[in-house]
Design a protein around this ligand. Sequence first.
Ligand code: ADP
Length: 383
Amino acid sequence: MLAPGDSRYPTILHMKLSTKDLRDALATVEDPDLHKDLVSLGMVTKAELIDGRVIIGIELTTPACPMKDRIRKDIEQAVAVAATRVGATLGEVVVEFTAKVRPPVGQRAQSPLPEVKHVIAVGAGKGGVGKSSVSVNLAVGLARMGAKVGLLDGDIYGPSIPTMLGLDNLSGAVRGEMLVPFEVHGIKAITIGKLVDPDKALIWRGPMAHGAFKQLALQTEWGALDYLIVDLPPGTGDVPLTLAQLLPLSGAVIVCTPQRVAQDDARRAIRMFQQLGVGVLGIVENMSHFVADDGHEYDLFGRGGAETMAASMDLPFLGAIPIHMDLRRHCDQGTPLANWEGNGALAEALDSVCRKVASQISIASMRGELVQPTLSVVGTQKG
Ligand code: ADP
């Protein structure tokens, strides 16, 4: 019987994959979102052969990556092709994922919050469409997936974050000149609602609104964050303008309900961000449809309206969130994490929005698109 080492032993049986073969194989695998290969993207942390097993380490650009399964499958296929090419017998292929959110590629102006990798504005054309609910669930959802997340309640005219995060019985703290954010539900959060009398009407003149928002954003001890979600007031007022001038934004998420009238307002908000030089990451359709207890779905507001609008404006659609009593209840009770308990469909809808937003942020950052808008607006107050 022939043994390995015998010159007549078939070559095919004792060929082995080398680390170089593995790297070459990985260089043929594209990240499906970023459209570049894993090696060029610097995502390969390990490519080893241990006891006949192939171990590949991949560092994703976000823990909320929606493409994990696809990437794993493509790697397995590429390694199998490489094994066939060199005539090696392939054992188990293990793909180990880690994640590190990357700050935007390319030059951008010095950020006043250098430890915050991405600032994301959540805006809406008008009130009541679920902008704050989406902000809270986006923040908490991304944190559940492993990201470091902050939530800034920029809705200084009608802050609902204290209720939605259940901050009523907590008191704010100050360290030196800095506000200490609340650490709840896995995120850090700050809101003007905890700094003023909750029953008092919040009337801000333009410059005051600018000052209040600036203080909240810059005088909070955020520490290192992957994502800072900013819940903006509805419409096209002073605060989005201040935000765009103050911080380099990774983009804006627009929340819209399916009705035509909501879309008209959302379109105005989208145009505003585009005018401010802020990229729109996409549109979330909230209150998309209603699922009854018997599972029957009712399209109360014309499900799909926001998705159609996104397509017509050539913007990504970031997912649909149904009208759900649990979501309303957990918002009112200040228990957002409960949205992920019990109701699989609601949790899946929220997770899907989180993954799509995270992937759009990665796409925008890798394109080097994120540049501080250079903006001059006549008559805008500073300081
Ligand atoms: P906005 O910030 O746009 O003014 P909110 O997020 O405050 O809107 O939402 C308004 C109300 O609608 C809140 O009571 C919230 O709990 C509820 N709500 C928002 N989205 C949903 C949804 N998908 N299902 C059920 N209730 C919702």
